[in-house]
Design a protein. Structure first.
Length: 261
């Protein structure tokens, strides 16, 4: 049973989200301000946080910033702040998803389930017993195999894939990948990365126009999805790398309506 903390200062919304999460099989703890949330997160190994941004005592952004220095717990932001800048900031600080209010309870539950799937520990394999994987990224040999067939990648394209695979199931910003692959002194535009990702997809995806493994996160960056449609990719590390780490909706009404069908 996933242990989930809902961080929300609006009691009605906290009650609705908690109720539905419990129905979906979660054990739920509620925090009503940022300082309380951070204290609880340090005391308890939660499996997921649902985090509002506009909180008393300590903002959700500050909670996320501190939390990411201490923990890899998955975080879904749930906020009335719908500006692109707010969403990009939260994602850059390490949020796994961002849902804006007003919101569909069904959509929130679906996104939480998707984050939980992506955040499940994925083994970092040794070179043995790799035949069952659709895609093998072997850092020790500096090679990629697709269903056993060796795929030749240009050096920078391999570096892009290696960085994304090392951060599998996590959203990486374009600037983050550029810094890792080209270095902080690189002054090129993010279009360079997009071109390299295009080349990468041409070689490793069955349908490059509808990629399974290297997914675009609109207006932000990319995510390497390690398991899609029953097929799994594996990253063979040169050294040990920790794995990253309802019948109907309830409606809350008041001065503001934040949950809708």
């Amino acid at each position: 049973m996933p242990l989930t903390m809902v961080v929300e200062d609006d009691p009605a919304i906290a009650e609705v989200v908690s109720y539905q999460l419990k129905k979906a099989g979660h054990e739920v703890t509620v925090a009503h301000d940022g300082a309380e949330a951070l204290k609880l997160a340090r005391e308890t190994p939660f499996d997921l946080l649902v985090l509002d941004l506009m909180l008393p005592s300590m903002s959700g952004i500050d909670v996320l910033r501190v939390l990411r220095r201490e923990s890899e717990v998955p975080v879904v932001v749930l906020s009335a702040r719908d500006a692109d800048a707010d969403q990009v900031m939260a994602l850059e600080l390490g949020a796994d998803d961002y849902v804006t209010k007003p919101f569909s309870m069904r959509q929130l539950l679906a996104r939480i389930a998707a984050v939980m799937r992506r955040s499940a520990p994925v083994p970092i394999a040794t070179p043995q017993d790799l035949d069952r994987y659709a895609l093998v990224i072997d850092e020790t040999r500096h090679e990629v195999r697709k269903r056993g067939e060796l795929i030749t990648l240009p050096p920078k394209v391999f570096e892009v894939l290696r960085f994304l695979a090392r951060n599998q199931n996590r959203v990486c910003s374009r600037h983050e990948v550029l810094d890792a692959v080209w270095g902080y002194s690189y002054e090129g535009q993010t279009r360079t990365l997009d071109v390299h990702v295009h080349w990468l997809r041409q070689r490793i995806e069955d349908d490059p126009a509808n990629p399974k493994f290297v997914q675009t996160v609109r207006q932000y960056g990319y995510r390497f999805q390690s398991q899609v449609d029953g097929e799994q990719a594996i990253f063979v590390a040169a050294e040990v790398v920790p794995a990253p780490p309802v019948s109907r909706d309830l409606i809350t009404r008041g001065s503001r309506e934040f949950v809708r069908n």
